[in-house]
Design a protein around this ligand. Structure first.
Ligand SMILES: Nc1ncnc2c1ncn2[C@@H]1O[C@H](COP(=O)(O)OP(=O)(O)OP(=O)(O)O)[C@@H](O)[C@H]1O
Ligand SMILES: [Mg+2]
Length: 283
C-alpha cells in the first residue's frame, strides 16, 4: 500500500516535467487503452500512446513486445479488441488500411513494397498515374512532380531515370517516403527503417526524418537501435509483454535507463510509468 502511494506520488511529480508545453496541445494521434489478443496471447494490453505534430516517438522493446501489432492497429491492418484512436482530438474510425490513409496515416515497412523494375516517378505514382488529355501516361508531369518532392526530401538524389532496384537502401527509403508524403501523409509509421542499412544509409534516413519533422509530420519509429532512438526521437515508449513499461523524453533518461526499461521493465525517475512497469521499482 505504502509502495503504491510512493509510486503514485512519483508519477505525479514526473508528469509535470515530462512533456512541457505538450500536455495542453491536442495530439496528432492518441491511441487510448488499446488491446488485442491472438488466441490466449495479449499481444497489446491496454496501451495508451500520444504523438504530436513534428514529433518523433520511438517504440522500443524486445521481440514480441507488441510494437508492430500496436502500429498495425493504427494503420488498419489489425482490428483492435478494445480502445479508441483519436486524430487531432476527434475519434477516428479505422477498420482497414484504406480508412487509415484517409486520416493521413502511412506506413513505411522494412520491405519497402516498391516496384523494382521501374524508376522513382513510376513508383511515386504507382496505381495513381497522371494522364495526358490524350489518355497516355504523362511521364513529363510525373517526373517533374517527383523531382519536386524528392528535391525537398533528398536534394542530392539524381537517379531519376534508373529502376529503383539499382538504388541504395537509403535512396529506396526516400522514394517510399516521397510516395507516402506526396499523398498527404501527416502521420508516418516507420517499422525498423534502418535495420537493413549500412551506417551511411542510416544517416540518410536520419536526415529524412529530420526533414519530415520540419514539415510537421508526426512519426512513430520502431527501432532496435538505441543510438537511432536517442539520435532521432523526442520521446520513447517502452513496451514489454504487450504493455507500456514507461514513456520518457529522450533528454530525461539515459540509454542505460532505457535498456533497463526494455530488459527488466524497470521505470527510471525521468519516465512516466505505464501499466507494465515493474511494481518493485517504486520501493
Ligand atoms: N497475426 C498474429 N497471429 C498470432 N499472433 C501474433 C500475430 N501478430 C503478432 N502476434 C503475437 O503478438 C505478440 C507481439 O508481436 P509483435 O510482432 O507485435 O512484436 P514486436 O514488438 O513487433 O516484435 P519484433 O521486435 O520481433 O518485431 C507476439 O507474441 C506475436 O507472436
Ligand atoms: Mg515488430
Amino acid at each position: 500500500m505504502e509502495q503504491k502511494t510512493k509510486m503514485e506520488r512519483r508519477k505525479r511529480s514526473t508528469r509535470l516535467s515530462e512533456e512541457p508545453g505538450m500536455e495542453e496541445k491536442t495530439p496528432l494521434v492518441e491511441m487510448k487503452n488499446i488491446s488485442i489478443a491472438f488466441g490466449g496471447i495479449h499481444a497489446v494490453d491496454n496501451v495508451s500512446v500520444k504523438l504530436h505534430a513534428g514529433e518523433v516517438v520511438a517504440l522500443v522493446g524486445h521481440n514480441g513486445a507488441g510494437k508492430s501489432t500496436l502500429i498495425k492497429i493504427l494503420s488498419g491492418a489489425y482490428k483492435r479488441d478494445a480502445g479508441n484512436i483519436f486524430v487531432n482530438g476527434v475519434e477516428a474510425q479505422i477498420a482497414n488500411p484504406r480508412d487509415a490513409k484517409k486520416y493521413g496515416i502511412e506506413t513505411i515497412y522494412q520491405t519497402l513494397a516498391l516496384a523494382d523494375n521501374v524508376d522513382a516517378a513510376a513508383n511515386l505514382f504507382l496505381g495513381r498515374e497522371l494522364m495526358t488529355p490524350w489518355g497516355t501516361l504523362d511521364d513529363v508531369a510525373m517526373e517533374a512532380e517527383t523531382r519536386k518532392v524528392m528535391g525537398r526530401l533528398n536534394p542530392r538524389f539524381e537517379r531519376f531515370k534508373e529502376p529503383v532496384s539499382s538504388l541504395s537502401g537509403g535512396q529506396r527509403q526516400s522514394v517510399a517516403i516521397a510516395r507516402a508524403i506526396h499523398f498527404n501523409a501527416r502521420i508516418l509509421i516507420m517499422d525498423e527503417p534502418t535495420a537493413a542499412l549500412g551506417p551511411q544509409e542510416s544517416a540518410q534516413v536520419a536526415e529524412l526524418v529530420l526533414q519530415l519533422k520540419q514539415d510537421d509530420i508526426g512519426i512513430f519509429l520502431i527501432s532496435h537501435d538505441i543510438h537511432d532512438v536517442f539520435g532521432l526521437a523526442d520521446r520513447v515508449v517502452v513496451m514489454k509483454n504487450g504493455q507500456v513499461v514507461g514513456t520518457a523524453r529522450t533528454t530525461d533518461v539515459t540509454e542505460d535507463e532505457v535498456l533497463g526499461m526494455i530488459i527488466l521493465g524497470k521505470c527510471p525517475p525521468g519516465a512516466i510509468a505505464g501499466p507494465g512497469a515493474l511494481q518493485l521499482a517504486a520501493a
